[in-house]
Design a protein around this ligand. Structure first.
Ligand SMILES: C[S@@+](CC[C@H](N)C(=O)[O-])C[C@H]1O[C@@H](n2cnc3c(N)ncnc32)[C@H](O)[C@@H]1O
Length: 326
């Protein structure tokens, strides 16, 4: 047996053909088996600079967790048809920041099974774990084909048990949609199905089981329309300085209406399903909303581009100072 202690990420970046500008062209005999439990370290913990460096080196975007580059690095050292079993956090399957890693996993591996260990607290860590079992491929593959990827999940339930098992791992061998009681008294619902992403390589991963598919088809057949068809979908806002941001006199501003105004439904005319029209003019409010959603996510609007709105928002500062004093 040959053991080597090394920084895996640097090792991968140094490999010949890694595409990294500074690679020192090390050669690596591909592995036929990889078993890994890479570190989970979120961007907030490792710091924006390191996260950015990692993202750049591994062709990732957005908020990078440390296990993302590990997953991609493993694809570079795994031989064709070699097997990798990796335990990570399950967050990448459903978060926005997991988009790039979901796409790359489907391109760089042939995944055969995904297990979502949900809230089983399989081991003492704050994360909810998942396990991937995947085969190496040569080069990259067209990621749109995701048929045949098995997906199992196990989540706690209060439903009465149908069967007993010693522990969480043993519980996974039961049939689809079975409630299992394990020896510490907790109950879990086990599901076995296949992975679905609706045909979009970056979309979230979800489990499809025949019974859900049937249920969804029934809902579909009996659906007249979605909420969007009935009315606009609104977001709720919490403002700390209503007097500045929420007003009914924004048309009367001496310099003219600021930009970034949005209509607002307040408690006075919010009703079930549809708001009523307020009879008093001063009850019709608008909100100055200096946030926007772009392809890079939600962020603050550059107020130097909207001076009137910027000026109005600036008048909130004394309120904040007052709050800080307290
Ligand atoms: C989640 S722990 C897993 C530990 C052990 N393999 C296990 O399964 O119990 C992740 C491990 O990866 C190590 N690690 C962190 N960054 C690494 C890197 N760049 N290269 C190699 N190992 C690293 C950490 O020191 C830590 O021991």
């Amino acid at each position: 047996m040959h053991l080597e202690q090394k920084n895996f990420l640097t090792h991968v970046l140094n490999l010949k053909g890694s595409g990294d500008l500074f690679s020192v062209d090390e050669v690596q005999e591909p592995f036929c088996l990889v078993i890994a439990n890479p570190p989970y370290v979120r961007t907030q913990i490792m710091g924006a600079q390191q996260a950015q460096q990692l993202a750049q080196s591994f062709g990732l975007t957005g908020r990078v967790d440390m296990y993302y580059p590990f997953l991609l690095g493993i694809s570079q050292i795994l031989e064709e048809n070699g097997v990798a079993g990796v335990i990570t956090s399950n967050r990448f399957m459903t978060t926005k920041s997991g988009q790039a890693v979901r796409r790359e996993l489907l391109r760089r591996f042939r995944i055969s099974h995904v297990w979502d260990f949900g809230d089983t607290k399989l081991f003492e860590a704050a994360v909810l774990p998942s396990v991937l079992l995947a085969h190496g491929v040569s080069g990259t593959r067209q990621p749109h084909k995701i048929e045949g990827i098995n997906y199992s999940s196990i989540y706690e339930t209060e439903a009465p048990e149908c069967i007993d098992a010693n522990d969480v791992i043993a519980a996974l061998s039961v049939k689809n949609d079975t409630v299992v009681a394990i020896s510490d008294g907790r109950h879990f619902r086990v599901r076995h199905g296949t992975l679905d992403n609706g045909g979009d390589v970056e979309a979230v991963w979800r489990i499809v089981i025949q019974s859900t598919d049937k249920w969804l088809a029934t809902v579909d057949v009996n659906t007249w329309g979605t909420f969007r068809r009935i009315g606009k979908i609104r977001v709720g806002v919490k403002s700390t300085t209503d007097k500045v941001f929420i007003r009914s006199d924004l048309n009367d501003f001496p310099d003219g209406r600021p930009k970034l105004l949005r209509p607002l439904i307040t408690r006075r005319f919010a009703r079930c399903f549809k708001a009523c029209v307020p009879s008093k003019a001063n009850h019709i409010k608008e909100i100055l909303y200096p946030h926007e959603v772009t392809e890079n996510g939600r962020g603050e609007v550059d107020l130097s581009m909207c001076p009137k709105a910027g000026h109005q928002a600036g008048t909130a500062e004394p309120y904040f100072a007052h709050l800080l004093d307290r």
